[in-house]
Design a protein around this ligand. Sequence first.
Ligand code: MN
Ligand code: MN
Length: 462
Amino acid sequence: MQVKELSYQPKHVWERLELTEIEKLELISKEYIEFLSAVKTERECVEFAGMRLRKKGFKKDSVERGFFTYRNKFLAAWIMGKKSITEGLKIVVSHIDTPRLDLKLHPLFEDTELAFLKTHYYGGIKKYHWVAMPLALRGIVAKKDGNIVKIVIGEDPSDPVLTICDLLPHLARKVQGEKKLSEAIPGEKLNVLVGGIPLVAPEEEKEKLKDRIKLNVLKILYDRYGIKEEDFVSAELYLVPAGKAREVGIDRAFIGGYGQDDRICAFTSLKAFLEVKEPDTTCLLVFMDREEIGSEGNTSAKSRVLEKVIYDLIKGAGLPPNPDVFFEVISNTKVLSADVTAGIDPNYVEVHDKLNDAKLGYGVAVSRYTGHGGKYMANEAHAEFLAWLLGLWDKNKVAYQVVSMGKVDEGGGGTVAKFFASYGMDVVDVGPPLLSMHSPFEVCHKVDLYSTYKAFKTFYQG
Ligand code: MN
Ligand code: MN
């Protein structure tokens, strides 16, 4: 042992990759950019994964290689392993919801002969990110007759986009400039501009018809989608950044786009899962919803829907679905809570602990614990489990960094890890670091994308 080997000296992943791996990384990056550009809601993510799974022979009722969806926003897929299920499962779980602006229940109004849609933001956003930029409207309207109408406006190059207008700087000195950043743009002002042409009407009726701009928007919606104003109450329509994800940087080191928290983990775990061949341990891929608002609701990690999947697997293996067997499975189960973390931003180094936080380009980041100062409200992975995982990755040349997020007293966040831990499973947070996290244009490094994919694949297969 040489003395210099005693200290920990991480190296940039790019310099550790072989040429064939760099070629593979570029291919995965291209595929990921297409995925990010096409999939912007949790329903679309479940639909995308379902398509990919079916293509690879997975079936909804299969014991060996099957999948299950719930309310179109939760997905679990499995591959039965060679070993008994009582020796545990390997689960990679990511969340497929992203911060966005939801339409309010009664969103449409007209003011000063302009039509707007009112919104209520979902998840942790900085409101100033969402003004003066092109937005797309995506989602569904559930009609009382049972029909589901899909809506996407603002993505096709021939589509119009929507936007939230910001105040010009000339008049913003007091109403915005003198306020705190968090208060400068109130939630109630996140109204989306959608119309400016009055409905054509005979001269004698014009007087009687109120809000003709709004009516014209409703007429266009009715002609195109068959929906009326009252149908908004049973719709799930989101405003998301319009347009495609892109390579970023003169050297194309990065990928920029909306929704990478956490669809970068959904994408990489799905890709890894689809490539798993005859695993020893039964593998489970899980997509969950509502993480960004605290995992509330029946498609979230707090719901008990996953228990049904595990009981089905137990029955499929020919074992009795009782609590004893369930706990035997659970107590031997290993979980990667696949979620992104904050990369060190050198422009805001004051919030980071440079020795402990994640660096872009240094591989998949393992957050042993999340939470706030004092480790509140978070899971912390046990030393033994972590050592097992890192040993496996070392053997398979997976590039990783073990990190924390931010200085101790600076803030924090949580993931779905604690909900899995509550069953007794071993779980640790794993995912790539991002810059501009929770913004409309999040940035990841291509080598971290690749390392994340490789980490999941090794975990399932190894
Ligand atoms: Mn996340
Ligand atoms: Mn998040």
